[in-house]
Design a protein around this ligand. Structure first.
Ligand SMILES: NC(=O)C1=CN([C@@H]2O[C@H](COP(=O)(O)OP(=O)(O)OC[C@H]3O[C@@H](n4cnc5c(N)ncnc54)[C@H](OP(=O)(O)O)[C@@H]3O)[C@@H](O)[C@H]2O)C=CC1
Ligand SMILES: CC(=O)N[C@@H](CCC(=O)OP(=O)(O)O)C(=O)O
Length: 336
């Protein structure tokens, strides 16, 4: 499979290069960037010396290979995808441009995206829940990082909780904000610090609601508060919901995710840590029942750049191509 990456010099782009270099069926053919076009990949990322030698090209649809990953900031793929589809490419979009209905996207991202008729061609690609739709798709919208951790963590419980009681308290490392320099991710601002941001207005709120509504079959409105924590990679979601029907949640989660290679339901009473999934495509989940408050507490951890972006994108490529879902992704987390 010949592959192009657009946005190859960002954190998800460079993670795609790492994963695809050791994928048994994939061959990276070309890399595209924006401000770095004209430069060499190893000038931007010296850690890839003798591993990946590529020029960084200015975006040119004609020069793209059959499989195209878009790892560009929001607002870019909405403009590129029409020509990519016309050229017959298979497209995996890591950005948020094709995840939401056009109007909802414009409201929450404050940007334009593709026409709704085109947007509807995209399959929302959370593989553990929508694999049948992903197989054979030409365009997939890779889920966001927080929506991946939150949706995988809450989905099995939906028939047994009040969908409008859900509270998601999430923490992310700074790589979630991308590689470009900004005051919010400056060392002096992040180190020895923790802060909430975008309370009540984070762009992943409607995406999580859309996914839970679709899986649970009931209109779901959530409270979602993300926090920035002083680490590089990783997301922990601590999620609360009122229980409406008593079931054995541990057994429910284990049976739901049986045969799903990248979701590991941890033993009852566990406290998964972000380092236990670092650099891997796993999402580790633990469920706790608090009988005093009648609440379910779910803990879910991922590496935001792998299961939250590029690893899940490769998992989706595997499904689209009819390969083993795990191809190129069977490695252990890095520890410590
Ligand atoms: N980081 C994460 O954990 C996750 C990110 N995402 C999403 O993935 C996408 C990429 O994120 P991330 O890798 O963090 O971003 P980065 O900011 O690290 O990288 C952005 C990439 O896009 C290129 N780029 C910048 N502006 C433009 C433009 N106007 N047109 C074309 N290309 C452009 C940059 O090229 P150059 O360097 O040459 O300027 C760079 O290669 C975003 O939409 C993000 O929201 C989704 C899930 C998780
Ligand atoms: C820590 C941090 O800043 N994370 C980013 C993650 C967003 C992202 O990846 O953007 P998409 O909307 O394209 O999915 C944020 O909260 O905005």
């Amino acid at each position: 499979m010949n592959i192009s990456i657009i946005g190859a010099t960002g954190y998800s782009g460079v993670e795609l290069i790492r994963l695809l270099k050791s994928h048994p069926e994939a061959k990276i053919e070309s890399l595209f960037a924006s401000s770095q076009a004209g430069n060499e990949l190893t000038n931007v990322f010296p850690h890839l010396t003798n591993i990946a030698q590529f020029p960084l090209e200015a975006i040119d649809i004609e020069k793209t290979a059959e499989w195209v990953f878009l790892a560009t900031p929001s607002g870019v793929s909405g403009k590129l995808v029409p020509s990519l589809l016309e050229a017959g490419r298979k497209v995996i979009d890591i950005s948020g441009d094709f995840r939401l209905p056009q109007e909802t996207y414009q409201k929450w991202y404050g940007k334009e995206t593709a026409e709704e008729s085109l947007r509807q061609k995209a399959v929302y690609a959370l593989p553990e829940w929508f694999s049948e739709q992903i197989k054979g798709a030409q365009l997939v919208a890779n889920p966001g990082c927080y929506p991946t951790a939150a949706s995988l963590g809450l989905a099995p419980a939906l028939p047994y909780i009040d969908p409008n009681s859900i509270i998601i308290d999430a923490k992310s490392g700074v790589s979630g904000a991308g590689r470009s320099v900004g005051l919010g991710t400056h060392f002096g601002e992040v180190n020895e610090n923790i802060n909430a941001y975008k309370v009540g207005k984070h762009q992943h709120t409607p995406e999580i609601e859309q996914t839970l509504t679709r899986i649970g079959g009931k209109e779901t409105i959530i409270s979602f508060t993300p926090h920035l924590v002083p680490m590089t990679r990783g997301i922990l979601c601590t999620m609360y919901a009122t229980i409406t029907e008593e079931v054995n949640f541990q057994e429910l989660y284990q049976s739901t995710y049986e045969g799903k290679p990248f979701v590991r339901v941890r033993p009852a009473g566990s406290y998964p840590k972000t380092k236990e999934v670092l650099g891997s495509n796993y999402c580790d989940i633990a469920v706790h029942v608090d009988p005093r408050t009648n609440r379910l507490v779910v803990l879910s951890v991922i590496d935001n750049v792998v299961k939250g972006a590029s690893g899940q994108a490769v998992q989706n490529m595997n499904l689209m191509a009819g390969l083993e879902e795990t191809a190129g992704l069977e490695f252990s987390p890095v520890y410590p």
